[in-house]
Design a protein around this ligand. Structure first.
Ligand code: GTR
Length: 465
């Protein structure tokens, strides 16, 4: 039996454009959330605190920062350690977000000195500091987060993945991080975690998945019978997934998804899958098949897909995250990081097409930039005649665009207001005060000779994600 079609949307239509892909990608994440991993919890605020800094690592090559990540969980704050190792050199460095089996920086699966030598930073989170790897949902962060009990509530893989994204919320603000070269990495069950994290989090440009096997990179259908399958994994590790996954274990052929969906959800970003030749349990050929099957997503972007944007590497040996795997990931990142900007675009659903060659909003790194918004209704195009009405609609449009981009008006750091007549300054300010609260964003306000459509006011904003 065939595998579920990546490029046929839920409404039965074939996906042929990049815009349609963005919507299809959401459908993929939706089905994987509700049927396999469980929905990630909604985003919560986090903060990072420096506990200690040691500058003399590896002969002065690296700086180790011991940090504490505090997440505002549903039932209270939760704090866990995060260790950051970065080159002792100026500039922005590519960064691995590493979900690790060990809390230690000095461990057999982290060739830290090689990373530093190649200019890489690593942020290490120990999975057990998030929550235990068992059926106990009362300890650690798990005990403080609400978990829907409708069959779609997050499993442990989702909670680990979500925590990585909360760490990234803060790490991305550092001025020593190259936001075009952020990677997530994990091995085995934590490789599944890395894949699920990278599939969801669009700030992660490189998803590095090692020996992740069943319910990770490996295609479930058509597996080597000697390898782990969904039925076995649901019996042994039910707590990794949502309840709904269990019904699929015994009826794999009818699953509305397969693991190429998770690989493709990383598109148009990059994904690297590594396997070990003797790791039959993880089924390397099936890990490769998912990457091949996901290829068509990148082809919508005029790219090659398998072999370039989604790559597979088979290392000789057994189940392990080795130096060879890290080197493969770094070579992959080095090859692509300067290549294309990770800029994305956003627009208000149903809005009229733009009146020129520009995007309504762009997103890069942690920032959203809106185009200037006139006070016209985005759907009908109608514009009130008075300046107050126009200002109100213009700020509403800014707010809607920011929402579409994954931010909101409370996260604005800078605005620019263009007014046709400075005598309208007071009226515009009154409206402005209803949209922005303290601490107010920085602002420029200028009078201009003329605005498109002879509008009286236009506003644009820059906001954090
Ligand atoms: C095994 C499990 C695999 C893999 C591995 C690991 O017991 O069957 O799916 O995730 O554990 O995480 O070490």
């Amino acid at each position: 039996m065939g595998i579920p079609e990546l490029l046929i949307a839920n409404d039965g239509k074939r996906v042929t454009t990049q815009e349609e892909w963005a919507a299809r990608r959401k459908e993929l994440l939706d089905v994987l959330s509700s049927e396999e991993y469980g929905f990630l919890p909604p985003k919560e605020p986090a903060c990072l605190k420096l506990v200690s800094k040691n500058k003399d690592h590896y002969g002065g090559r690296g700086v180790e920062e011991k940090l504490e990540l505090t997440i505002k969980a549903d039932k209270g704050d939760y704090t866990l350690p995060l260790t950051l190792l970065h080159p002792d050199a100026p500039g922005r460095h590519p960064l691995f977000l590493y979900i690790s089996f060990s809390p230690e920086l000095y461990q057999k699966s982290l060739p830290a000195e090689v990373l530093l030598k190649r200019g890489y930073s690593v942020a290490l989170i120990h999975y057990a500091a998030v929550t235990s790897d068992d059926n106990d949902f009362t300890n650690g962060l798990a005990g403080l987060m609400d978990r829907p009990c409708d069959g779609t509530g997050w499993g442990k893989l989702s909670l680990w993945a979500w925590t990585l994204s909360r760490a990234l919320d803060e790490i991305i603000k550092r001025d020593d991080v190259d936001v075009e070269a952020i990677a997530v990495i994990g091995h085995s069950r934590l490789g599944k975690t890395a894949l699920w994290c990278g599939a969801n989090d669009e700030r992660i440009r490189f998803t590095c998945v090692n020996d992740s096997g069943c319910s990770g990179a490996a295609m479930e259908r058509g597996k080597n019978p000697a390898s782990e399958n969904a039925e076995i994994i649901c019996r042994r590790f039910p707590f990794w997934f949502c309840e709904n996954y269990k019904k699929h274990g015994t009826d794999v052929e009818h699953m509305p998804f397969d693991q190429h969906f998770a690989i493709a959800a990383c598109c148009p970003r990059y994904v690297a899958v590594t396997s070990a030749s003797l790791d039959e349990w993880a089924d390397p050929p099936s890990e490769k098949r998912s990457c091949e099957a996901a290829s068509c997503a990148w082809q919508l972007f005029g790219r090659k897909g398998f072999g370039d944007d989604a790559v597979h590497f088979l290392r000789e040996g057994t189940h392990f995250l080795s130096l060879d795997d890290w080197e493969f990931f770094m070579d992959f990142i080095d090859r692509h990081k300067g290549e294309r900007s990770s800029m994305k675009t956003a627009s208000i659903a149903g809005a009229k097409p733009n009146i020129g060659p520009y995007s309504s909003a762009t997103i890069t790194g942690n920032l959203v930039y809106t185009s200037g918004q006139l006070g016209a209704d985005p759907i009908s195009g109608e514009m009130p005649s008075d300046v107050k009405g126009q200002a109100e609609q213009a700020f509403k449009n800014v707010a809607a665009l920011l929402c579409a981009a994954g931010s909101d008006i409370s996260r604005v750091v800078k605005t620019t207001v263009f007014i046709k007549n400075m005598d309208d300054f007071k009226a515009v300010n009154e409206v402005y005060a209803c949209f922005f609260t303290e601490p107010y964003p920085a602002r420029s306000c200028v009078e201009v000779a003329r605005l498109p459509k002879d509008a009286l006011v236009e506003c644009e904003a820059i906001a954090e994600l």
